[in-house]
Design a protein around this ligand. Structure first.
Ligand code: RUQ
Ligand code: CUA
Ligand code: CA
Length: 639
């Protein structure tokens, strides 16, 4: 693509609506720029186009190993990466790997004001009050098996929480606290329509964990938890044998799957690795829902718990609530193929991936007979992603590679055969997850694969004893050329997993729709101060370059609520309300309203200022909070 054409595309892409109309008036459509660009030299890439979504953006980039996105152009994909114990989500553009945004989830974060206004502070407090979390598995909501752009769900492996991120605003809008478990590891929607969100309890604990059975690990338990995605209520749990690690859903509204690496129910490494086999649990969700409706549960900490252990009477019926499918050894990732036929569980301590035939689960007498294939892919297999062309990509932690293999060949080959492996590529180093574009949905696009490596060692300039991780971009769109490693991207601890969605799947808002906020919108001229017996309620607004009130006077000891609307209608003009010494940091995107409540317990003059560089007169955008002292200050003025 020549420089000139890139420039034209750039303009069309980034210009405001007005300019788009201008272009249209001239009879020039963005599509024309694209056509010109293709004719001018991107012809080779046309062949790859079919793998991409149709009807998308006019300036769709054609598929090729070219990952460069010129200045001003947009990426094709959003990649949502977990931030591990940074407690957040990172949003990258793919294929450029540019970091577009961070979404704070489980911890306070000052740039987005997360945990500083009343609503987000209460959300964090009501979900257990923890100050940090460990995000692993970002999962997008789906409708009909395809990403619908509504929500992203994310687990907290450290503390028992699942959060929901609203993808209209790229903002965490709900956090569920999950009783009867410590931490949630795997998480998945129940697909195709995300009617539930399901979380894996990994650490076994007594239920209830109130001091009983401390020394009796036989009585420690794990639970599988279902949450309603709309209300974020914990609906029910299933008690299981062993523990639960990773999770994925089938595609037809029936089974979900979780790996278990501790079928031994050990409490140390030796105990958890004693046996050659553990298992994958298949949860029959409609059957579990029937059990809940029929009252077949015990309630602990207000949650109905259905007994899904192997010997449970619910499992002796014709249709068991859970099926335990034996697989070798300490399995880790499990993911369902895009066509919904197989659930593939990586062996971790076995060099194999067990391919479970999902339909066969209902037909076989012995669950082990549902294993349709077991390719030997290499050492330390952890997670498997898909390209939608019948091929799978499994990370090999020990070998520091990604193995590409053929799913149907794995089903045809003998168990343990290496024949289904097509090729392997070195990555740097020790990948945890790999994730392919739209791999979790029914329509993977098959062009990009991310290897999320746990170590970077010598790949970057040294930064002291803590090294960044290394997220590597691999082009998988050309089966003849094979996998091509095209980019290293250092990242801060610690992306575990990602979900990659074509940009056509999302429709983020440019500015807030005031109807999406529960608080009243405070318009220009509507500033107001109400006082009532030690309570002061202040309503005001922010606009370049002032707040609606130039001075606010309160009494020492007053409980003060500041309720502020950013009345800007221009996109990208954020303001904030910062009050030094009161730990106030209220962020406000255009048309957003938030409030913060604090006690004015220090008398004095406090500048209330804007923390976002919003205009040339940003520094002048400030008012005064005057807190009148209870007792007159003593002593003469020193100056
Ligand atoms: S699982 S260690 Cu994603 Cu590999 Cu959390
Ligand atoms: Cu508003 Cu700076
Ligand atoms: Ca084990």
């Amino acid at each position: 693509m020549s420089h000139e054409q890139s420039k034209s595309e750039t303009d069309a892409e980034t210009d405001s609506n007005e300019d788009r109309f201008f272009l249209r008036d001239l009879g020039v459509e963005r599509r024309d720029f694209m056509k010109a660009g293709m004719a001018a030299g991107a012809a080779t890439s046309l062949t790859g186009c079919t793998g991409l979504l149709g009807g998308g953006g006019d300036e769709q980039r054609a598929a090729s190993a070219d990952y460069e996105v010129p200045p001003g152009e947009h990426d094709d994909y959003y990649a949502f990466l977990s931030g591990g114990h940074s407690g957040e989500i990172r949003v990258y553009g793919l294929p450029s790997m540019r970091q577009l945004m961070r979404i704070p989830v489980f911890g306070r974060e000052s740039a987005r004001g997360h945990g500083y206004d009343d609503k987000s502070r209460e959300m964090l407090e009501e979900a257990g009050g923890y100050t940090w979390g460990d995000t692993h598995h970002p999962r997008l909501s789906q409708t009909g098996g395809e990403f619908d752009g509504r929500w992203l769900f994310i687990n907290d492996k450290a503390n028992p929480r699942i959060a929901r991120v609203n993808l209209k605003y790229f903002q965490t809008d709900a956090i569920a606290h999950v009783p009867n478990t410590q931490g949630i590891h795997g998480v998945t929607g129940w697909y195709p329509d995300t009617e539930l969100v399901l979380g894996n309890g990994e650490f076994r604990v007594p239920i209830p964990n109130d001091g009983r059975n401390l020394e009796d690990p036989d009585k420690y338990r794990s639970v599988y938890t279902a949450i309603d995605p709309e209300s974020m209520n914990v609906e029910w749990q299933v008690l299981v044998d062993g523990n639960l690690d990773n999770s994925d859903s089938g595609k037809n509204g029936r089974y979900t799957f979780s790996t278990c690496y501790n079928s031994e129910e050990g409490v140390d490494e030796q105990g958890m690795t004693a046996d050659d086999r553990d298992w994958v649990v298949a949860f029959d969700i409609p059957r579990i829902q029937d059990a809940v409706e029929n009252g077949e549960y015990e309630v602990v900490n207000d949650v109905p718990i259905v007994d899904g252990r192997q010997g449970s009477s619910l499992n002796e019926a014709d249709r068991p609530v859970t099926t335990y499918i034996p697989v070798p050894k300490n399995p880790h990732g499990v993911s369902v193929t895009p066509d919904g036929k197989y659930a593939c569980a990586s062996g971790k301590l076995s060099p194999t991936v067990s391919v479970i035939d999902i339909e066969a689960i209902d037909e076989v007498d012995d669950p082990e007979e549902a294993i349709a294939g077991r390719p030997n892919v290499g050492t330390g297999p952890l997670h498997t992603a898909y390209d939608g062309r019948g091929q799978a990509y499994t990370t090999l932690f020990i070998d520091s590679q990604v193995a590409k293999w053929d799913i149907e060949q794995a089903v045809e080959a003998e168990l343990g055969s290496e024949d289904p492996v097509i090729e392997k590529i070195d990555v740097h180093y020790s990948p945890g997850h790999c994730q392919a574009a739209q791999s979790y949905s029914t329509d993977p696009t098959g062009d990009w694969l991310l290897a999320l490596n746990k170590f970077s060692q010598d790949r970057f300039l040294p930064t002291g004893p803590y090294h960044p991780e290394n997220d590597q971009l691999i082009y998988i769109g050309d089966d003849e050329e094979g996998m091509q490693l095209v980019k290293d991207t250092p990242s801060y601890a610690e992306p575990h997993d990602a979900t990659i969605a074509h940009r056509d799947r999302l429709d983020p808002a440019d500015i807030w729709d005031p109807d999406d906020y529960e608080l009243d919108y405070i318009d220009s001229g509507e500033s107001n101060i109400e006082r009532d017996d030690g309570r002061v309620y202040i309503e005001t607004y922010a606009i370049r370059n002032q707040y609606g009130l130039s001075d606010i006077t309160v009494q020492e000891g007053d409980e003060v609520t500041l309720h502020v609307t950013n009345i800007e209608t221009a996109k990208d003009i954020s303001h904030s309300v910062v009050i030094p010494e009161y730990d106030i940091n209220l962020s406000l995107a255009p048309q957003e309203t938030r409030k913060v409540t604090f006690t004015a317990d220090n008398p004095g003059v406090f500048w209330m200022y804007c923390g976002y560089f919003c205009s040339a007169l940003h520094l002048e955008m400030r008012s005064r909070l005057l807190v009148e002292p209870e007792d007159e200050p003593e002593g003469p003025d020193p100056f």
